[in-house]
Write a protein that binds this ligand. Structure first.
Ligand code: PLP
Length: 234
């Protein structure tokens, strides 16, 4: 299916005016489809699966910024650590340790977002407010007390979240509003980081306009740009 190029330019210009970064979510889409969008000027792409991302990375131009937005298992971090631009989906201290370790091996600092869980429905991943607070405290403690344990090879840039899949705009807006509240609340809570949070990643094809109204500055848009995903074709 061809990329919707007119729509791409329209969305891309609209977001640039608002200083919102567009991450084009290319999961299940072919290298040819990604190149089509790349040739229209898109440089940030998002993927959910480690293997799929690693394969695409090797086949595509090296100035692409690859965002990892899916659930990440610790044992797969090493496959994306050499090149990943931003990991949106950090949901445990264990995972942060692994990312820090692999980043160190690759002599890089890997930018991360903590994934928060706001939606009422059964989304499995992400931290609630208490867990978010706990992880931030644990990081502060590790960095204040022990040189060796400190997380020198990661930089936590902000938060990522998803709203409920519902047509009820009030619910979606309320959830995005709650995420912005947590973003502001914890923005400067990491005592060892030189700067406050700068990235709030929220909003997808169906709800990105509401997300931006509620304070998002990074949206992850897939089907609107590439067409619906077809999971049956391999
Ligand atoms: C698939 C996915 C998106 C994009 O969804 P669309 O509805 O196709 O825009 C955004 N964020 C995450 C975490 C995803 O898994």
């Amino acid at each position: 299916m061809p990329v919707h190029s007119e729509l791409y330019h329209q969305i891309s210009n609209e977001l640039k005016e608002k200083n919102v970064t567009l991450v084009a979510v290319s999961k299940t889409k072919s290298v040819a489809e990604i190149l089509e969008l790349y040739n229209l000027g898109q440089k940030d792409f998002g993927e959910n699966y480690v293997q799929e991302l690693a394969e695409k990375y090797h086949q595509l131009p090296k100035d692409i910024h690859w965002h990892f937005i899916g659930h990440l298992q610790s044992n797969k971090v090493k496959l994306i650590a050499p090149f990943v631009h931003l990991i949106h989906s950090v949901d445990s201290e264990k995972l942060l340790k692994e990312i820090n370790k692999e980043a160190k091996k690759n002599e890089r600092i890997i930018d991360c977002l903590l994934q928060v869980h706001i939606a009422k429905e059964e989304t499995k991943f992400g931290l609630d407010e208490n867990e978010l607070e706990q992880i931030i405290q644990a990081l502060n403690l590790a960095n204040n007390t022990n040189e060796e344990k400190s997380f020198k090879n990661i930089s936590i840039k902000g938060l990522m979240g998803m709203a409920s899949f519902t047509d009820d705009e009030k619910i979606v807006r309320h959830e995005f509003h709650s995420m912005k509240f947590l973003f502001d609340k914890f923005s400067s809570a990491l005592s060892f980081q030189p700067s406050a949070f700068s990235i709030l990643s929220m909003g997808m094809s169906a709800d990105y306009k509401i997300a931006i109204e509620e304070g998002s500055n990074m949206v992850r848009i897939g089907s609107l740009l590439f067409g619906e995903r077809n999971y049956t074709k391999s």
